[in-house]
Design a binder for this molecule. Structure first.
Ligand SMILES: [Zn+2]
Length: 278
């Protein structure tokens, strides 16, 4: 399975396999990548979340291969909130990556204008959104699973970029990672209702929610989490042509992308990185 197309650059090197957005690669001062599951980062969900030493070992290889500074990697301790933090310094312990949100608890999105801070986010079906304003040179890395989408975390991120850095939404570019897509994002009545109530106002609810199959006498629904995030961005002044979608479904492409629904309770995590170069 190779994702190379007009949007995506796919690299399968000896050490590591990852994809990048061709348009974001046009900015020489920005480094970014989405690491595919063939490179096991050793992140595991569930009780034994991960063996940090093993994860750090793997992150060292990621840093060396992709040119990120190892000790500059920071990642929130994703709680499915809709909170976004501005990061102004590298918060590290023993010069190792900060993977548990030390110094910025209870957030699911990070923004910064500081060079040499690597914003990391992980997913397995949830949508990650990389943000970049080439005028103000501000980046973001946002985790928008279904709870984050209901809480409109991407709007909070755009607001933060406007308020804290004076960004103009018209300049901001948004890049959508692989994530669960409408073809597979099946939910029950209760979750469907939450989406319905929250996004009925968009007048596009028939595109957002589709009736799925009936399983065990229960009506299932299919949700378009990607479309909702596009609508939210456009409502907040982001130009349609500045929203770049990988168009990769984590379930359809589960041989290359981690998926909670496919892998079960001990699912692994894929990771997106973005940093402003020196
Ligand atoms: Zn799919």
């Amino acid at each position: 399975m190779n994702f190379e197309n007009e949007i995506i650059k796919h690299t399968d090197s000896e050490n590591i396999e990852y994809i990048q957005f061709k348009r974001l690669l046009k900015y020489p001062n920005i480094k970014h990548a989405y690491v595919l599951s063939s490179y096991d980062m050793n992140f595991r969900a569930g009780k034994d979340f991960c063996n940090i030493d093993k994860v750090n070992e793997r992150l060292q290889v990621v840093s060396d291969s992709l040119g990120f500074k190892y000790s500059s990697i920071i990642r929130p301790d994703f709680e499915h909130t809709s909170n976004v933090s501005r990061i102004d310094e590298i918060i590290t312990q023993d010069n190792k990556p900060n993977l548990k949100g030390i110094g910025f608890p209870n957030v699911d999105g990070l923004v910064t204008d500081r060079k040499d801070i690597t914003l990391m986010a992980t997913n397995a079906d949830c949508l990650l959104i990389l943000l970049y304003d080439p005028i103000k040179n501000v980046i973001g890395n946002i985790h928008s699973g279904w709870r984050g989408t209901i809480g409109k975390i991407v709007v909070n991120a755009i607001n933060k970029m406007e308020e804290e850095y004076g960004c103009n939404p018209k300049d901001i570019e948004a890049y959508f990672s692989p994530s669960i897509r409408k073809c597979h994002f099946e939910v029950d009545e209760d979750v469907k209702e939450l989406f319905y109530k929250t996004f009925e106002y968009t007048n596009r609810i028939d595109e957002i929610i589709e009736k799925g199959e009936i399983k065990e006498n229960k009506q299932k629904y299919l949700i378009d989490n990607v479309l909702i995030n596009k609508i939210l961005l456009e409502e907040n002044g982001i130009n349609n042509e500045n929203i770049i979608d990988s168009r990769i479904c984590s379930i359809c492409s589960s041989e290359k992308v981690h998926s909670n629904r496919v892998e079960g309770p001990l699912f692994g995590l894929s990771a997106a990185f973005i940093a402003i170069d020196k």
